[in-house]
Design a protein around this ligand. Structure first.
Ligand code: NCW
Length: 447
C-alpha cells in the first residue's frame, strides 16, 4: 500500500499533551482547564483524570523508540501552554521549555520529524480565570505563547499547527459544557467562536514571522453530512455550515457562513471590532483534516438556531460503530477530502487525525484488533482515491500512538496502535501497530 502514496507522503501518528503526558505538577507546570475540569465531580464519565495518563513525560524516550520501530517518520504532539507559561502569560518556565527541547531532539535523533500543535485544548487555568476564550485578550495571550515557542524551537521544528479542532474546543467547552472549562451559555458562543477564529489567523502570522521557512497549518474536525430523508436537505446544509465551514471559511477570507446560520451575523454586529474581518484571514500552507465519521441529520424545530439534529447510527441500524458511537464509513474520507480540496485557498491537505476506538482485549499477551486494521486500511484506500484523482493530500497521521485519556470519556475508549496497561504502564503493540509496521517497512522508490 505504501508505495501507492509515493515517496513524499508523510506517515505519522498524532497525540496531545494532556492526553498522554501525566506529570501535571512537575517542573513548574501550571494548572490547565483540563486539570480543573477532570477533578470536578461528574465531568468525566468514568470519574478519571490525567494526572498520570501514559507517563509520557518520563517515558518519551522509549515510547519514541517504539514509534520509530513501527516505521512512522512524523510525530505530532502538542505543547502544554501551562508548562511554558504557568500563568498563561508573563513568567517563562525554563524546565517546561527544556522538556519539549529534549523531546524534539529525541525525535530528530531518531529521524522522526516533529509536528507541533500549539493548542490542543489545555488552556492555562490562570487565563480561564480571566474569562478564557470569551475574553478578546486571548488573541494577545496566545500570540505571546506562540512567540515564546517559535523563538525557542523554530530553528529545529518546521511543521506547526495552530489549533486542534477549534469547533470542538469552542462548542463543547463553552456552549454545551461537555469539555473543559464546562461553561454553558449561548452568550459565550459568538465571542468564543470569533476569538478562536482570530487566534487561529493571528497565531499563523506569528509563526510565519518568526520562522519564515515554516510550514504553517491548522486542523479541523470534519464530516460529510447526509440528509436522513429528502425532506432533510436544508437541515444537512445548515449542519454542514456549522461542522465543516465555520472555521475554515473566515480563514480563507470568505467570512462566516451567515447565510446558512443567521445567528452568526451577531458576530459582526456585536462582537467584532473594525478591521477584524480582514484579520480573520491567513494564508495557511496546509490544512489538517481530522476525519472519523459521517453524520446523518434530520430537521428538528426543537434545536434552537440549527433546527436540525443528528440521526444516531443506532437509529439507522448501522452495524459498524466504534466505542465512541461513531459510524465507520470509509467513503466519507474521500468525500470530505474532496469537499475541502474544492476551496481555492486550500493548497495542501494532511489527514492530521483519523482512527477508531474499539474494545480491545489481551489474549496471551496480544491484542488482535482486526477491526482497527480494517478501519485504517479502508480509510487509507479512500485517501489514496482522492490523491489519485489529483487532490493535494500529502500525509496521514493515525490517531493515536498510545491508548490515552479520552477527555470526558476517561480511559475507556482506546484509540491507540499501542495498548497501554494503565496500572503497570506496560506497552503492547497491537496487531494494528504491526500492520502499519509491515506496510511502512516497504521501500518506496522515487518516481
Ligand atoms: S473527541 C474528538 N477527538 C478525539 C480526541 O482524542 C482528540 O484529541 C481530538 O483531536 C479523537 O480526535 C479528536 N473530537 C471531537 C469531534 C467532535 C466535534 C463536534 C463538535 C460539536 C458541535
Amino acid at each position: 500500500m505504501k508505495h501507492e502514496f509515493g515517496p513524499d507522503f508523510v506517515w505519522g501518528t498524532a497525540t496531545a499533551a494532556y492526553q498522554i503526558e501525566g506529570a501535571v505538577d512537575r517542573d513548574g507546570r501550571g494548572p490547565s482547564i483540563w486539570d480543573t475540569f477532570s477533578h470536578q465531580k461528574g465531568k468525566i464519565k468514568t470519574g478519571e483524570h490525567a494526572d498520570v495518563a501514559c507517563e509520557f513525560y518520563d517515558r518519551y524516550e522509549s515510547d519514541l523508540q517504539l514509534h520509530k520501530e513501527l516505521g512512522f517518520d512524523a510525530f505530532r504532539f502538542s505543547i502544554a501552554w501551562s508548562r511554558i507559561l504557568p500563568d498563561g502569560i508573563g513568567r517563562i518556565n525554563e524546565p517546561g521549555l527544556q522538556f519539549y527541547d529534549r523531546l524534539i531532539d529525541h525525535c530528530l535523533s531518531l529521524g522522526i520529524t516533529p509536528w507541533i500543535t500549539l493548542y490542543h485544548w489545555d488552556l492555562p487555568q490562570a487565563l480561564e480565570n480571566k474569562g478564557g476564550w470569551t475574553n478578546r485578550l486571548i488573541v494577545n495571550w496566545f500570540s505571546e505563547f506562540v512567540n515564546v515557542c517559535t523563538k525557542a524551537f523554530g530553528h529545529k521544528v518546521k511543521h506547526w499547527i495552530i489549533l486542534n479542532e477549534p469547533l470542538a474546543s469552542s462548542i463543547l467547552g463553552y456552549f454545551t459544557g461537555q469539555h473543559a472549562p464546562g461553561r454553558r451559555s449561548f452568550s459565550n458562543l459568538l465571542p468564543v467562536i470569533h476569538h478562536t477564529a482570530l487566534v487561529q489567523a493571528e497565531g499563523g502570522r506569528v509563526v510565519r514571522q518568526n520562522i519564515p521557512d515554516a510550514q504553517v497549518g491548522t486542523t479541523f474536525s470534519c464530516s460529510p453530512i447526509d440528509p436522513f430523508t429528502l425532506r432533510d436537505q436544508a437541515a444537512a446544509i445548515r449542519v454542514d455550515a456549522l461542522l465543516n465551514r465555520l472555521f475554515i471559511e473566515p480563514t480563507l477570507g470568505m467570512g462566516y457562513p451567515t447565510r446558512e446560520l443567521p445567528f452568526l451575523a451577531g458576530i459582526a454586529k456585536k462582537v467584532a471590532k473594525p478591521g477584524d474581518m480582514e484579520r480573520l484571514a491567513f494564508d495557511f500552507d496546509f490544512i489538517g483534516l481530522q476525519h472519523y465519521f459521517r453524520a446523518v441529520v434530520e430537521q428538528s424545530y426543537l434545536m434552537p438556531y440549527l433546527w436540525a439534529k443528528d440521526v444516531s447510527p443506532l437509529r439507522r441500524n448501522v452495524q459498524t460503530i466504534t466505542e465512541m458511537g461513531w459510524e465507520v464509513y470509509p467513503e466519507s474520507m474521500y468525500r470530505i477530502i474532496k469537499q475541502f480540496a474544492q476551496y481555492e485557498g486550500v493548497k495542501k491537505i494532511y489527514i492530521t487525525e483519523s482512527g477508531a476506538a474499539f474494545y480491545d482485549t489481551i489474549d496471551q499477551g496480544k491484542v488482535n484488533d482486526l477491526a482497527r486494521i480494517d478501519y485504517h486500511q479502508n480509510y487509507l484506500r479512500n485517501v489514496l482515491r482522492a490523491k489519485q484523482e489529483g487532490m493535494p493530500v500529502e500525509g496521514y497521521f493515525a490517531w493515536t500512538f498510545l491508548d490515552n485519556f479520552e477527555w470526558a470519556e476517561g480511559y475507556r475508549p482506546r484509540f491507540g496502535l499501542v495498548y497501554v496497561d494503565f496500572r503497570t504502564q506496560q506497552r503492547i503493540v497491537k496487531a494494528s501497530g504491526r500492520w502499519f509496521q509491515q506496510m511502512l517497512s516497504k521501500e518506496v522508490l522515487p518516481d
